[in-house]
Design a protein around this ligand. Structure first.
Ligand SMILES: [Zn+2]
Length: 406
């Protein structure tokens, strides 16, 4: 999906989009019934604990315009660039029902709304159902109790609860014939058509990198991890890999014929994707604080740096592979004017910023994770500066030097 140079043109690192909308607002309880009612048909029923006048959900490209239909009479869904809005012309309501059709599109910067498995199973991103509720101008974070109901005889697997924000954003729910396989504290739900090389890389890198992060960052994951891997679109000529980390869950989606081929370059790219996403699990492995709304270069560039370090230290990547990747990202960052203001800049220039701090990524992030939890603060430039000390001054100086757009 996203645009890196050359071969990587079609490879996406989808990353964490903590719902920027919901933090710091009073909560309003809502039950959300998600029912699978037909092969590609879903029904969502919201029941609010108090009457509201509107609901706003972060826009995911044209997904809701194309796939959502309001079932409650007189209610409307108005798409907008940032937030899609559901309302009944300002009249208060306590319930809203929507019919959703499985949507195969992908929007940049967003989790895929649905991931199909080749055995007919479907994963639904529940985060797309969660956002803010309004009573006139007063905004509330929806504190959602999500209940899932599958078709007859279908397995339904709920994503882990959001421990940082109870009622907050959740990951993918699975509906279909498969049963997860448990390995230690990790549950795997792998598409039966996953090419063998991919299965091997995902499991091998997952295990080695997790073990490394646990030692390096001196903490075990508080929760087990649920890894979901779906493959689809093998008829497509291109190639796309999309991965996402949400609370306690890693989700990967692979599209494209090329992925059937086992190639060292694809192995390297998949290894990086896995190591990057698992780095987010450690960034999120705190009882408070963690990833904030601002400065995404910190958690994305940080995950890039943590991943490269882990791939090198575990011997999964050669020093040459790491050097090549750094050179590629450095060139992308330069093309973007050394700014972290664009989507690609968050990754490429985010990595460069950590590299240029001149301190080892492991003690830096170990300290950031500890500080975040101890103080209940999200990761920030100020925190990096405080930890990096003198190196922090360099960060500021560079931001000034970088000029507009930072
Ligand atoms: Zn990421």
């Amino acid at each position: 999906m996203h645009r890196l140079a050359g071969l990587c043109a079609a490879l996406a690192l989808l990353c964490l989009a903590p719902s920027s909308h919901a933090q710091g607002l009073p909560a309003l309880a809502v039950t959300v019934d998600v029912s699978h009612v037909g092969k590609d048909t879903w029904r969502v029923d919201y029941r609010f604990s108090q009457a509201v006048t509107a609901v706003e959900l972060e826009t995911v490209g044209d997904y809701r315009q194309k796939a959502w239909k309001m079932l409650t009479p007189a209610m409307r869904l108005e798409p907008a660039s940032q937030f899609d809005r559901i309302s009944a012309d300002g009249k208060p309501f306590t319930t809203a029902s929507i019919q959703i059709t499985t949507f195969d599109g992908l929007a940049p910067k967003s989790y895929a709304p649905f991931n199909r498995f080749t055995d007919g199973g479907t994963a639904v991103f529940l985060g797309n159902l969660q956002g803010n509720a309004y009573q006139d101008k007063q905004a509330f974070a929806m504190s959602a109790d999500i209940r899932l109901k599958g078709l007859a005889k279908e397995n339904v697997i709920a994503p882990p609860l959001n421990k940082l924000v109870p009622g907050g954003e959740r990951g993918y729910a699975y509906f279909g014939p498969a049963q997860p396989v448990r390995s230690g504290s990790t549950q795997f739900l792998l598409d039966p058509d996953t090419p063998a090389w991919m299965r091997e890389v995902a499991q091998d890198v997952g295990a080695k990198v997790s073990e490394y992060y646990e030692k390096a960052y001196r903490r075990a994951l508080k929760e087990g991890v649920f890894v979901m891997l779906s493959v689809s679109g093998f008829e497509e000529k291109g190639l796309a890999m999309k991965g996402g980390a949400v609370m306690g869950q890693l989700s990967y989606r692979f599209d494209g014929q090329k992925l059937l081929a086992d190639h060292p370059t694809y192995r390297e790219v998949l290894a990086r994707l896995v190591a990057h996403e698992i780095a987010h699990l450690w960034q999120l492995n705190v009882s408070r604080g963690g990833i904030g709304e601002n400065d995404p270069w910190i958690h994305e560039g940080g995950a890039e740096a943590m991943a490269i370090d882990a791939l090198l230290k575990t011997g999964i990547w050669s020093p040459q592979s790491a050097a090549n990747y750094r050179a590629q990202q450095s060139a992308s960052c330069e093309k973007l004017g050394n700014s972290v203001a664009s989507f690609d800049g968050i990754y490429a220039c985010g990595l460069m910023r950590f590299d240029k701090l001149g301190i080892d990524i492991v003690p830096l992030w170990r300290s950031m994770i500890q500080t975040s939890e101890a103080k209940g603060e999200v990761y920030s430039e100020r925190m990096i500066e405080a930890i990096a000390g003198g190196a922090g001054g360099a960060l500021q100086a560079r931001a000034k030097h970088g000029g507009a757009g930072e």
